[in-house]
Structure formats: C-alpha cells, structure tokens
Design a protein around this ligand. Structure first.
Ligand code: DCP
Ligand code: MG
Ligand code: MG
Length: 369
C-alpha cells in the first residue's frame, strides 16, 4: 500500500465557540455551555466550555453546580445547548473540509478525518500548506478556529490534533511517529480507557513507548489476540483503517416547540415552514433527494402523533416539501382534537443525487465507456 497522508480536523471548544460567534461580546469571559436537566435551576452537566473557563477547571461532563463553584465571583456566561445552531455551522464547515479531501469521514459533530494523499502527492510540506489553507478557509468563511493533526494514518492524525489546541497544526511524519508517541500516556490511544490503563499500569506500562517495548505475546495473553495485537500496533503507530465516508442518514428532521399550545394552522405552519427550510438546506448540502415527507406533533397532553406521505419519484423540491407538510397538518387537525405543543418535519427514503443519476444511466444502458 502506498504511504498515506491523513488529517484529523477538530473544531476548538466547539459549542462554546459557536456561542461566541453568535454573540462576540461574551468573548474573553468564561463561557460554559450546559445541558440543563430541568429538575432544579442548576441541575445538569457542562457540555463544553471555552478555554478561558477551562483555566478555572471547568470542562465537559462536570456538573453545572461544580462549574458555578469554580467560577464563583467571576463574570462568567452560562448558556443552554442549542444543537440545531451548532449543527448548521458544523454542516457548513464539513462541506468546506470535504471539498479539500480525496476521501472524507465525519466522526462527530466537530471532527472529521481527511485522506489527502493524492491532493498533496504524498508530500508533508504540501500537507502542511493544505492544513493551513483549510484553517484559513474555516476561519474566514465560518469564523471558527480548529486544530489539525497530520500523519500517516488516522491514529497518529487524531493524537496529533489533540496535542496542540486550540488553533493548532501538528504534522507528524512517518519517521517521527515513534518519537512523537513514545512519551505519551497510554490513555492517548483510542480504545484505552480507564480500566485498560489500570491493567497496563499493573504490568508496569504507563507510556506508549513502554507499551511498544512490551512483549506482544504477553499482551495477547492478558487482553486476548484481537485487543493485544491492536494495542501493540497502536503503540508503534500502525493503523491501516481507511478514511471512509460514513453511510448517508436515513432521514433528516427538525422539531421545535411552539410559543404556546395551539390548533391554529397558520401558527403551526409558520413554525413548520422554517423547519422545512432548515431540513431542505441540509438536503441540498449533502446532495440528497427525498421520497417521503412526515410531520410529527407532540400534543399538550404529551401524546405523540405523526403523518406521512410517500411519492413515486425522488425530489429535492422545497415547494413540494412545504405543500405536503401543509396537507399533512390540515389532515391532522381535521382528524384530531388535541393542541400542538411541539411540531416537527422529516424527509426520508433519501437518495444521493449522483447515485440516482448512475442508477438511471445504468438502467437505460448508457455508459461513458
Ligand atoms: N460534548 C458534549 N459532552 C462531552 C464532550 C463533548 O456535549 N462530554 C460536545 C460539546 C463539544 C463537542 O461535543 O463542543 C465537541 O467535543 P470535543 O471533544 O471536540 O470538545 P470541544 O470541541 O468542546 O473542545 P476542544 O477544543 O478540546 O476540541
Ligand atoms: Mg473539538
Ligand atoms: Mg471533537
């Protein structure tokens, strides 16, 4: 196999950075994005925090109560999570990244692997330049900073991206991998959790370098063949996992809560059409066509209702989408007596535009060859 160049791009303090972008006046203050559970005013957990807040020890996963203690007397900003907003920004940034990659694999809302072997002709200097271009594109077009790791595979790229944050760019050439990994704690390796870390420690293994020198046969005895081999390979920086586009979503949906419970079609549609716009924008960005449209209603009494319609042929039409949503809500109101509290719209039976084109071409027996 040809030597590869792989990047991992991870957005910095993602949710909190989105909030800073939305409201630049909070920049410089500790910003804490929270999932409020709603039980009491402060019950819930911290989703993420900006780097100012991290200096006070605030980080993902701690309770909001603890975060407030750590930031006692400090002018800090606490905000609830707004997933649709982050998703929008994420989708736009992923499109930028995708456009720079030979192959692309999004692995979370704020990170993606890119194989750039062809694009860079396997040259690390070019890869570094490309990473700088990507950072600049994301910053100028979407006003967000990210950190990029560059290496011969996903494993090294991921660790390299994490090592210098925020706004980092860390290339690790194949000949540097061993020296780069050696001093790191075994926890840096994907798949090494708390438990494994403890077991390795009892074997006298704390760093990746120590793991690399540890007898493979003994590792296999302790962890089994599969894991033992994996740990050994990871410790010496071997990873052959390809960068692969994840399968397309089965459906795209949005739901939102109305200001008050209602049976007023105009009010419901006003909200639902906004959701249609969002869903449609996501379809376009991903180059997807839909064949089914559904609506979803959570009523004032928390009962759940839905209706859907499926078409003969796939389409990307926003007009058809909205017209169908209207029809379905009219039908729902005619058939039911409940008031709507939350309304949602969904498209499903999705197809990729190009794939459909290929299918049609094959069907008619056309070919470029
Ligand atoms: N997230 C979350 N709960 C966690 C971890 C993460 O809700 N325990 C969310 C909020 C983060 C987003 O996922 O903004 C991305 O996670 P990252 O691990 O990439 O963390 P950040 O982007 O927030 O910070 P960093 O700058 O370290 O990447
Ligand atoms: Mg991140
Ligand atoms: Mg991440």
């Amino acid at each position: 196999m040809q030597a590869r160049i792989v990047m991992l791009v991870d957005l910095d303090y993602f949710y909190a950075q989105c909030e800073e972008r939305r409201n630049p006046s909070i920049k410089g203050k500790p910003v804490v994005v929270c999932v409020y559970s709603g039980r009491t005013e402060d019950s819930g957990a911290v989703s993420t925090a900006n780097y100012v807040a991290r200096k006070y020890g605030v980080k993902s996963g701690i309770s909001i109560v603890l975060a407030k203690q750590k930031l006692k007397g400090v002018d800090a900003v606490f905000l609830p999570v707004d997933h649709p907003f982050y998703r929008e920004i994420s989708d736009k940034i992923m499109e930028i990244l995708r456009s720079h990659a030979d192959s692309f694999e999004q692995v979370g809302v704020d990170e993606a692997y890119m194989d750039v072997t062809q694009k860079t002709k396997g040259n690390y200097q070019e890869a570094k330049n490309l990473a700088a271009t990507i950072k600049n594109d994301v910053l100028t077009q979407q006003k967000l900073t990210c950190s990029i790791g560059v290496g011969p595979n996903k494993l090294v790229a991921k660790i390299a991206a994490d090592i210098q944050k925020p706004d980092g760019l860390t290339p690790v050439k194949p000949e540097e991998v061993q020296r780069f990994l050696s001093p790191l704690p075994v926890r840096s390796l994907v798949g090494v959790g708390k438990k494994t870390e403890k077991r390795l420690e009892t074997l006298g293994v704390r760093t990746v370098g120590q793991l690399a020198r540890f007898d493979v046969q003994r590792l296999i005895e302790v962890f089994g063949r599969k894991l033992g081999t994996y740990f050994h390979n990871a410790s010496v920086g071997i990873d052959n996992e390809p960068v692969q586009e994840r399968s397309e979503p089965e459906s795209v949906s949005r739901i939102s809560t109305l200001k008050e419970d209602t049976r007023d079609l105009a009010v419901i549609l006003d909200e639902a059409y906004g959701l249609c716009d969002d869903v449609h924008a996501r379809l376009l960005r991903r180059g997807l066509l839909y064949r089914s449209v559904s609506i979803h209603i959570v009523a004032g009494d928390l009962s759940v209702h839905s209706k859907s319609k499926t078409f003969e042929n796939p389409t990307s039409s926003l007009e058809t989408f909205k017209k169908t949503v209207k029809e379905l809500f009219e039908k729902f109101l005619a058939e039911s007596i409940v008031e709507a509290r939350r309304v949602g719209v969904k498209v499903s039976s999705l197809n990729k535009k190009e794939e459909l084109q290929k299918q049609i071409t094959n069907f008619f027996g056309f070919s470029n060859h």
